[in-house]
Design a protein around this ligand. Structure first.
Ligand code: PLP
Length: 474
């Protein structure tokens, strides 16, 4: 066997491989520089190790060492690196509050606040007036009180935590009455009966799947009863022959027996969406006005802020939750507090909220502006390659996130077919692209719903389409 040092010397340098990769095909152009360098290094290291480990001349001679030879390995290494980790994706699904894609995109104001708080120390739990320890809730509390009129507020990690904390603090070892039509599962892991069980509360289900009357609740009240709970059905609807008591009646019944009325709103909304042409979704204020003692909802659904669970209601009830040991385990971190505070501040002017909070802006986008976006994107798609047949057509978007579940929002989509790919191949190619683009297939066409695509993302989509076509054509 020859001297291994000779083989080791032949290994291309990191720089040579990078240059060879740059001369090659475009997949590398979308790859961040540091990621590429890291991938090349690992390939070069791998070759070195293979040479050192080689047992005979034949296997040594099989090891490729030239820059061009290593490019395919680098391509593989880059792919692997791009697959792991949290990455930006382009949401072309039209589902605005897409739980799998991170729910709400934050307003610029929220991002600025998060950055500034993260970059330095803050008065998170420090009272600047007195110079002693304060509460991280103070900043948020007054804002939530102003916006909703609620007596007290508490913010925790997410709405699941809010419900768990509410039930643990107020109904442990006691009973919670809930309608059979509301024993729901959300997103696969949040199931109302299981959360109830975790809290140590007992479930008293009343009524039937489609009809529950106030009297069903009344008959179920016993000395062990602590809470009457209402859960927003979120991701499904019972239609047809149905009945549910009105919230004020439920609240009144609860108060008649000194019980707590807890309303899990799911996707809490602070503005009247009906004013912007969307279906009516009861607001947080409606629920409080109806007499709910505790209301909880998510920060990152219709509110359009960071992940959080917001609890509003009577002072003594909120206080008891804040002091419960579980509250510490589910507390919101400072980045959430910063982002939520900045998001809520925008709500002082509802018109501004609808303009500046991306979730609301996308939901209320008018057809005319969607049409402009679709035509612009379609033009770029046509220019990307003539292997695509591109149309702009009407379709329906969804709000997602358990909000407005049954309402389809009229939208415009760029609809594509390719002479080089099947619809499934095109969808997969876009999804696996360096900057993944999540589209959907309908009637053998790949659809890009412009409602959830931001204008600055258009060139990336055109690049992806051009690359997919040129790679296939080679
Ligand atoms: C979404 C939802 C939850 C869970 O909220 P997270 O913020 O995802 O924890 C709980 N209850 C209802 C009714 C919901 O819609």
């Amino acid at each position: 066997m020859g001297d291994k040092r000779d083989y080791l010397r032949r290994i291309a340098s990191v720089n040579d491989v990078i240059q060879a990769a740059a001369r090659g095909r475009s997949p590398f152009q979308a790859v961040p520089r540091d990621l590429l360098v890291d991938a090349v290094r690992s390939v070069v290291d791998g070759v070195r190790e293979a040479i050192i480990a080689a047992k005979d001349e034949t296997s040594l001679n099989e090891i490729r060492t030239g820059p061009e030879d290593l490019v395919p390995l680098v391509e593989e290494a880059v792919k692997q690196r791009m697959q792991v980790g949290l990455r930006k994706v382009i949401n072309a699904t039209g589902v605005v509050i897409h739980t799998n894609l991170g729910r709400s995109v934050l307003a610029a104001e929220a991002l600025e606040e998060i950055e500034s708080v993260a970059r330095s120390y803050s008065n998170l739990e420090y009272n600047l007036e007195t110079g002693v320890r304060g509460s991280r809730m103070t900043h948020l509390q007054s804002l939530l009180q102003e916006l909703t009129g609620a007596a007290a507020a508490l913010v925790v990690n997410n709405n699941a935590a809010a419900v768990l904390l509410a039930l643990t603090a107020h109904a442990q070892c006691r009973e919670v009455i809930i309608s059979r039509s509301q024993l729901i599962e959300i997103g696969g892991s949040f199931r109302i009966p299981e959360v109830l069980e975790q809290s140590g509360a007992r479930l008293a289900e009343v009524g039937t799947t489609n009809k529950t009357y106030l009297d069903d609740y009344r008959k179920a009240i016993r000395s062990e009863t602590a809470v009457i709970m209402r859960a927003h059905p979120s991701n499904y609807r019972i239609v047809g022959f149905t009945s549910e008591p009105e919230l004020p009646d439920l609240a009144q019944l609860a108060h008649e027996f000194d019980l707590i009325f807890l309303d899990d709103l799911g996707s809490g909304v602070l503005v009247d969406l009906a004013r912007y042409g969307l279906p009516t979704e009861p607001t947080v204020l409606d629920s409080l006005r109806a007499g709910a003692d505790l209301v909880c909802f998510s920060g990152d659904k219709l509110l359009g802020g960071p992940q959080a669970g917001i609890i509003l209601g009577q002072e003594a009830l909120v206080e008891k939750m804040a002091k419960h040991p579980l509250a510490r385990a589910v507390r919101a971190d400072k980045l959430t507090v910063a982002g939520l505070e900045a998001t809520l501040r925008i709500y002082h002017d509802p018109e501004e909220a609808v303009r500046k909070i991306p979730t609301l802006a996308m939901l209320t986008a008018d057809l005319e502006s969607l049409k402009c976006k679709a035509q612009k994107l379609a033009g770029l798609c046509r220019k990307a390659s003539d292997s695509y047949e591109v149309q702009v057509s009407q379709d329906l978007s969804r709000a997602g996130g358990g909000a407005l579940p049954m309402s389809d929002l009229p939208t415009l989509v760029v609809s594509l077919t390719s002479s080089l790919h099947t619809p499934n191949q095109l969808e997969e190619g876009l999804r696996k692209y360096a900057r993944p683009i999540i589209a959907r297939i309908s009637e053998d066409r790949v659809l890009l719903d412009v409602r959830t695509i931001f204008d600055p993302e258009f060139p990336a989509i055109a690049d992806a389409l051009a690359d997919l076509a040129s790679l296939k054509a080679e």
